[in-house]
Design a protein around this ligand. Structure first.
Ligand code: 1CP
Length: 364
């Protein structure tokens, strides 16, 4: 990007330092799904625009990415580009609709391995996902260095599951039928998705992303044995290849979030990610003991505590930060995405309490 306008200097690099294992003056904080339906300003935008239209229009994606940064001015230490994990199946040639109140819907999911022939053979991310790169570059300028910008992808197993299930699912029976009945073809599909994930993440960094997160949201649907076969190798491959392609000069910290895969924490600390994001089923002290300072930990308040009232929020944040510590290898977050019905004040209290307790613990 030699001819591009330089990005404004970064004024808050707390989260990058925490991810790299450097000391921080307090725990940085952001929230998964921090832009979205719990914000009235996002809902107003959605009345006017279809979900994927927002993703595909850089001005709108920029506007929505900045909504939580503006509303919680000075309280968030990172932004995450407004997009969705399902832009990869779209780039591979599948139609995905976002049905209001229901979530994603694939009118023609993959039913049998033969359906993989319908997917694009070679996905050129610079063409198919150019709109995400443009949104990232525009957002990075609009942020004006206030906080770093996170880029992301869905992990191969999670994306494969959506592509076969055709949307959300309680049991993932269809995707699991594939891995048990057609393991060879499942690996072929996972590999094809992995290749797109790598190109897409590298492109996001060249477009301006300063940190990357890989969402294995359905990791925990696999038991330890199947996770080792169908998730972990692809997560490892992504970290290794993205780093190799970026080289030292463009390297950015990477986070892996394998929701529900508590059994894999030790292995997840060894596959090349600087940060491992935890859901709320982890005890902070135990997670620290397992990872032994090899990675930064991110998380992990149960998002439902935000419905529990002020006292519950304050006491849970205190316990969480005292458990993880505030100044070393820790990034505060929820254990999964914020839910659409959370009151905006509850999110504000969560962020303010993380700041207050983070500074108190740092001073002790
Ligand atoms: O601030 C942000 O985080 C916004 C960007 C963002 C991200 C990082 C969105 C916007 N989606 C995601 C990731 C994402 N999308 C994940 C991984 C994180 C997680 O596990 O929560 C997953 C699984 C999806 C798939 C998806 N997209 C769902 C879940 C469906 C299910 O299986 O239950 C839903 C509801 C969406 C739609 C969506 N994505 C994002 C928003 C704001 C919305 C709501 C859409 C609307 O306005 O109707």
């Amino acid at each position: 990007m030699t001819d591009a306008k330089p990005f404004p200097p970064l004024k808050n690099d707390l989260i990058l330092r925490a991810a790299r294992g450097e000391k921080t003056e307090r725990a940085p904080v952001w929230v998964m799904r921090q832009a979205g339906r719990y914000l009235p300003e996002f809902r107003a935008e959605r009345v006017e625009n279809d979900f994927f239209r927002i993703c595909r229009t850089p001005e709108l994606a920029t506007k929505v990415t900045l909504q939580p940064i503006d509303r919680y001015d000075g309280l968030l230490d990172a932004s995450i580009i407004f997009s969705d994990i399902l832009v990869i199946p779209q780039a591979m040639g599948m139609e995905v609709q976002m049905v209001p109140g229901k979530g994603p819907h694939f009118p023609e999911p993959l039913v049998l391995p033969g359906d993989m022939a319908k997917l694009n053979e070679n996905v050129d991310v610079n063409k198919e996902l150019k709109y995400v790169f443009e949104a990232i570059t525009m957002t990075r300028h609009a942020l004006n260095g206030r906080v770093p910008l996170i880029g992301f992808v869905g992990a191969p197993w999670t994306l494969m599951a959506y592509m076969i299930e055709g949307g959300g699912s309680k049991t993932l029976s269809k995707a699991k039928e594939w891995i048990f009945k057609h393991p060879k073809e499942s690996h072929a599909l996972l590999q094809r998705i992995t290749d797109v994930c790598v190109d897409f993440l590298v492109g996001q960094v060249h477009a301006g992303a300063q940190m990357l997160q890989v969402f294995e949201s359905w990791g925990g649907e696999l038991g330890p044995h199947d996770f080792d076969l169908f998730s972990l190798p692809y997560l490892a491959q992504i970290a290794k290849r993205v780093k190799a392609e970026l080289g030292h000069e463009h390297a950015v910290p990477m986070t892996v979030f394998a929701k529900g895969s508590w059994y894999a924490l030790d292995k997840l600390s060894e596959i090349g990610y600087e940060t491992v994001s935890l859901d709320w089923t982890h005890d902070p002290a135990q997670a620290k003991a397992t990872t032994k300072g090899r990675v930064t930990l991110q998380g992990n308040m149960d998002p439902n505590v935000l419905f529990g009232g002020d006292e519950a929020i304050v006491s849970t944040v205190e316990r969480m930060i005292r458990g993880f510590g505030s100044t070393e290898r820790y990034i505060a977050n929820l254990g999964h995405g914020i839910l659409p019905t959370v009151p905006v004040e509850a999110m504000g209290l969560f962020l303010k309490t993380v700041h207050r307790v983070g500074l108190e613990v740092a001073a002790e």
